[in-house]
Structure formats: structure tokens, C-alpha cells
Design a protein around this ligand. Structure first.
Ligand code: ADP
Ligand code: MG
Length: 571
């Protein structure tokens, strides 16, 4: 007695099946990813149960998924030796949707194919995606720990009901046979299946195996000898079967990290640094972030391909997921593997997902911390980083207000102290050696390092022993417009407004200046008359020591360079 019975799907399943078959038609190959993902989950569950009960594994310890196909029968089989299902479990898991929010999800579906397929993707298509390509699905399964005679067969054509009966099954786990629709026979193909496994499931942590292709031996006349049919089939892993980022850090070698970097970045050089982390708690994800040693050629194109490789539960979802890092970190390569997102998450969904927002904030901090640590512990290495990517980091203060102080700490400058074009001085260093009486961070911006360095505006500051940051990269003025202060010290453009250096003078100096100002007043008035069309004022100054005069922009006016840029742009 097999106790065969016919049962109806839960109403929600019927609705979902119907919608899925119609709206996911253009992306039907995902069924394989879903079924391999389930097989991998089943193996994970068994692995978990076997911690408490090692016997569960003993007769069949090599955990794996196998993909088989039969061109003549037009079938594809996904066979795993995972945890399997009991009769009750099969009825519940493959006949109902346990997820909360199912009915509200179904209510949102509009009949608009594009919108619906996105929603379904967000919800997760799972096991039922088998019916996108199959007109009949057979599931034979035996629960780990159950007897050989205690297995079940579940069969359905996906239209509304399924049958379930007891069978014998020699091995533990689940074997799913997809009877492909006649126009889906492209999937009963060795090459097609292998490439889908590589595309979607390469980093599934267990081997995804397919039968080895055996080439017949040739006889002396070059004709194939008959193949020995009695030999058992041999299987080989099609995927690389190790999700490197899921392994504990102390078990991954430096070489393995480097090799993996090359694999995901298509860069042939070694990475400069990496950071591998696993986050648990409200959100669960792993990340492995790399800083390349050389900037790519298209770094200056804000539209360059950037972002992380996204996995959900070790299943590959997409390349270049930009949503996980801000644009000024576009040089970072790596992987993020989330346990909270749906396998069918799309770029659109990523753009406005709360989980993704928190992950981006955390990953951004992770990169900033990695850089801060590098700067502290390995300044030489950090200098290499700065020389390659410093100008991208300079977009940071404007891009990422929340991390301004941290980013400012990472900046490196050329200054009047180093007098070299190379940017090596940090703001912390600058502040540490500030002269007596100095309470501002002075900077000058010019179109070249030499112009900046030789500017008459610097004369008085040099005389007073005040260090000045020499800025001449195009991005610098933009950067300074979003930096107001660092470590409580405000920034001061030495070409703008009054410098207020007088406060640092002593009584004698003050008196002397007042007398001089009195003497020079008639001259200033004459100059004002002559230049009336061209300037708003002519003042005496103590900022010059060698040059007779210089031009100054008002405190709240645009910088000279910005002005020049706008003029060039015809504004
Ligand atoms: P999800 O994977 O999100 O739970 P699915 O629709 O993919 O949803 O699968 C439904 C359930 O069916 C799974 O949660 C699992 O309990 C069961 N299941 C599916 N495939 C297998 C399998 N190969 N082995 C054991 N159980 C499975
Ligand atoms: Mg699933």
C-alpha cells in the first residue's frame, strides 16, 4: 500500500504558479539556480543536524548536488544528498507558501507583466519556478535518518493539485525530475547546463556535479570501440565549490585571497589590501572588500563599471552592484553575500531597500576604517594608495557628509613645509605642528603647484611660520567647499577676505601698523578713484612682505579658480 493521495495546492500557490509561469518567462533559466540553491540549503540543514547526530551522514558523507539530463526523455534531474523531506514535510513545503506577507504580496500584483515579475522576484520564486520550464515535476525524497522503505514521491503538473505516495529510495536526500515542456528541450543539454551552473552557482559551497563526458576509445581503424555500459558513471564538480568569503579568515591564506581578487576583478596585479568580515545580528552578511594597487584607466569616468559582486546565500546574483558603496569608493572590488535579500533582487530594488542602506553605511565605514588603519600602521603602503586613488577620495567630503571627519583624516597634502608637489601631509600632522598663535588651517588653491607655491598671498604666512596647504588638483576647490573644519580647526583660504593675522601681533607691531595705514591713506584713495570700475575696494595689508600688491576675493565670493572654470564653460 503506497497510500497514494491527491491533494490541492493552497490557493496562494495556485495564484503564484499561474503568475510566475506567465511573467517570468523571459528569465526562465533561473529555475536551475533556485533548485540548486534549495539543494544547497538542504545540505546546509543536514550539516547542521549532523552536528548533533553524526550518524546522519555516515553512509553517504560526501555532500553534493548532481545535475543529470536525458535528451531523449527531455528531462533534467537535480539530485542532492541533503536533509530530504518526510511525507508531511513534502506536503507542507511543496504545497503551501509559509512566508508571511504572502497574501498582501499577491494583492499587489497588477497584471502588468514587467511590474509583476519584479515583485515576484522580490518575493522569491523558489521551488515553483520549476514549472516555468516543466509541465510535470517529480520529487522523490527521503528524510535523513529515515528507512529506505520510508521515502515519498510527489508529482504535479503545476495546475492545481499534486499526488503523494510512499516509495522505496536507496539514498538519503531529494531527487527532482523536471519533465521539460517540449519547447524547453534546450535545457536537456550538457553544455547549457554546465554554463548555467558556472554562471549562477560557481560559489555554492558544495560541489555541483555532472557526469564526466567519456570519449570512446578508438580501434586501429579509427572507429570508436563500444563503451562499457556496465561501468558506473563518474561525476565531476562543475563549480569551484568553495565560497571563499564564507570561510573563517584564519583558514584562508594570503595567496587564496590574492587569487580570488584576480578572479573577481580581472586585474592581474596583487591587491594592496583587503578586509574580510562576517556580520551577524539584525542583518546577516559577509563581505570581502579589496583595494587594488593600481587605478584602472577609467577611474575618472563617474559612470565606470563599479560595485561589488552580489551573492545572496552564496548564490550569485549580479556583478557591479553599485548600491553597496558610494561613488567615491568606486575603486573598491569585492563580494557581498547577504542572507536577508531575495534571490531575485533586482538593481531597482537594491536602490531603495532598507537592508541595503544599512549595509552600504556599514561597508563604507569598513573601507574608511581599512584605509585609516593602513595610514596608521603602514604609511608607506598608504602613500601608494593615496598616489593612485587620492583624487577619488577627495570627492568624499562632498559625497558623504556623514563621514566628513573620517575622510578628512585620510587626506594628504602638499604644503609650504614640504614644498614638494607630492601630497604627503595629513591634517593631523599639520595641526600638530601649528605655530604659536595659529588657530586655522590655511590653504591656497591655484591651477598649478608652482603657481600655488609662489603666490604672493603666502608671504606673510611664511614669515609668521604658518604652514599652508598647497592645492592644485582640479577637484580641490570642490573638496574645500565642503570642508569647513577638521578637529575643531576651521579652514581659511589665504586669498579670501581678511586674514585676521593681526590678532597674533603684539602691541608694538599694532601701533606701527596704524601709523603706516595713516600715511598710506591718500594713496589708497587715489587708487580707488582710478580703479573704481574694476575693484570694490583698495586696502592696505600686512599679508605681503615682498610684493607691492595683490588681488583678493571677498570672503563669500567664489574662488578665483572656480571663477575661471565657469568662465571657460561660458558662464
Ligand atoms: P525557500 O527556499 O525560500 O524556503 P522554496 O520554494 O525554494 O522556498 O522551497 C520551499 C521549501 O521546500 C524549502 O524551504 C524546503 O523546506 C523544501 N525543499 C525544497 N527543495 C528541497 C530539497 N532539495 N531538499 C529538501 N527540502 C527542500
Ligand atoms: Mg529556495
Amino acid at each position: 500500500d503506497t497510500q497514494k493521495e491527491t491533494l490541492g495546492f493552497q490557493t496562494e500557490v495556485k495564484q503564484l504558479l499561474h503568475l510566475m509561469i506567465h511573467s517570468l518567462y523571459s528569465n526562465k533559466e533561473i529555475f536551475l539556480r533556485e533548485l540548486i540553491s534549495n539543494a544547497s540549503d538542504a545540505v546546509d540543514k543536514l550539516r547542521f543536524e549532523s552536528v548533533a547526530n553524526a550518524d546522519l551522514l555516515s553512509d553517504d558523507p560526501n555532500l553534493r548536488v548532481r545535475i543529470e539530463f536525458d535528451k531523449d526523455a527531455n528531462t533534467v534531474i537535480i539530485d542532492d544528498n541533503g536533509v530530504g523531506m518526510s511525507r508531511e514535510e513534502a506536503i507542507t513545503n511543496l504545497g503551501t507558501i509559509a512566508k508571511s506577507g504572502t497574501s498582501s504580496f499577491l494583492e499587489q500584483l497588477s497584471g502588468d507583466q514587467k511590474k509583476d515579475s519584479q515583485l515576484i522576484g522580490q518575493f522569491g520564486v523558489g521551488f515553483y519556478s520549476a514549472f516555468i520550464v516543466a509541465n510535470k515535476v517529480t520529487v522523490e525524497t527521503r528524510r535523513a535518518g529515515a528507512e529506505e522503505t520510508d521515502a515519498v514521491r510527489w508529482v504535479s503538473d503545476g495546475s492545481g493539485e499534486f499526488t503523494i505516495e510512499n516509495i522505496d529510495k536507496a539514498t538519503r536526500g531529494t531527487r527532482i525530475t523536471l519533465h521539460l515542456k517540449s519547447d524547453e528541450n534546450e535545457f536537456a543539454d550538457n553544455f547549457r547546463l554546465r554554463s548555467l551552473v558556472t554562471k549562477y552557482s560557481d560559489h555554492i559551497s558544495i560541489p555541483v556535479e555532472m557526469e564526466k563526458v567519456v570519449y570512446p576509445e578508438m580501434d586501429e581503424e579509427g572507429n570508436p570501440k563500444p563503451v562499457d555500459e556496465s561501468k558506473p558513471a563518474e561525476y565531476e564538480a562543475v563549480n569551484s565549490a568553495k565560497a571563499l568569503w564564507t570561510r573563517p579568515r584564519n583558514e584562508v591564506t594570503k595567496e587564496e585571497y590574492q587569487e580570488f581578487y584576480k578572479h573577481i576583478s580581472h586585474d592581474y596585479q596583487e591587491p594592496l589590501k583587503w578586509s574580510h568580515n562576517k556580520v551577524e545580528g539584525k542583518l546577516e552578511y559577509s563581505s570581502l572588500l579589496y583595494i587594488p594597487s593600481k587605478a584602472p584607466h577609467d577611474l575618472w569616468n563617474r559612470d565606470m563599471q563599479r560595485g561589488l559582486k552580489l551573492y545572496v546565500q552564496r548564490v550569485f546574483i549580479m556583478d557591479e552592484a553599485e548600491a553597496f558603496l558610494p561613488p567615491y569608493m568606486r575603486f573598491v572590488k569585492g563580494v557581498v553575500d547577504s542572507n536577508d535579500l531575495s534571490l531575485n533582487v533586482s538593481r531597482e530594488i537594491l536602490q531603495n531597500d532598507h537592508a541595503v542602506d544599512s549595509m552600504r553605511a556599514a561597508l563604507t565605514k569598513r573601507v574608511l576604517d581599512m584605509l585609516t588603519k593602513m595610514a596608521k600602521n603602514d604609511p608607506e603602503e598608504y602613500q601608494k594608495f593615496w598616489d593612485e586613488f587620492g583624487n577619488v577620495i577627495k570627492e568624499g567630503p562632498a559625497d558623504d557628509m556623514g563621514n566628513k571627519e573620517k575622510i578628512a583624516g585620510l587626506l594628504r597634502f602638499s604644503t609650504t613645509k614640504t614644498d614638494a608637489a607630492e601630497q604627503t601631509v595629513s591634517l593631523a600632522e599639520y595641526i600638530e605642528r601649528m605655530a604659536e598663535g595659529q588657530d586655522k588651517i590655511y590653504y591656497i588653491y591655484a591651477e598649478s603647484h608652482n603657481t600655488a607655491k609662489n603666490s604672493p598671498h603666502l608671504e606673510i604666512l611664511r614669515k609668521k611660520g604658518f604652514e599652508v596647504l598647497l592645492l592644485s588638483d582640479r577637484i580641490d576647490e570642490w573638496m574645500m567647499s565642503s570642508l569647513q573644519e577638521f578637529d575643531g580647526k576651521s579652514f581659511q583660504d589665504v586669498t579670501k577676505g581678511k586674514l585676521d593675522l593681526a590678532e597674533t601681533d603684539n602691541e608694538e607691531e599694532k601701533k606701527e601698523k596704524e601709523e603706516k595705514a595713516e600715511q598710506i591713506k591718500p594713496l589708497l584713495d587715489r587708487m580707488k578713484d582710478v580703479l573704481t570700475e574694476k575693484v570694490t575696494g583698495v586696502n592696505s595689508t600686512d599679508r605681503l612682505t615682498n610684493s607691492p600688491a595683490c588681488l583678493v576675493v571677498g570672503e563669500y565670493d567664489m574662488g578665483l579658480q572656480m571663477r575661471r572654470l565657469l568662465e571657460q564653460a561660458g558662464q
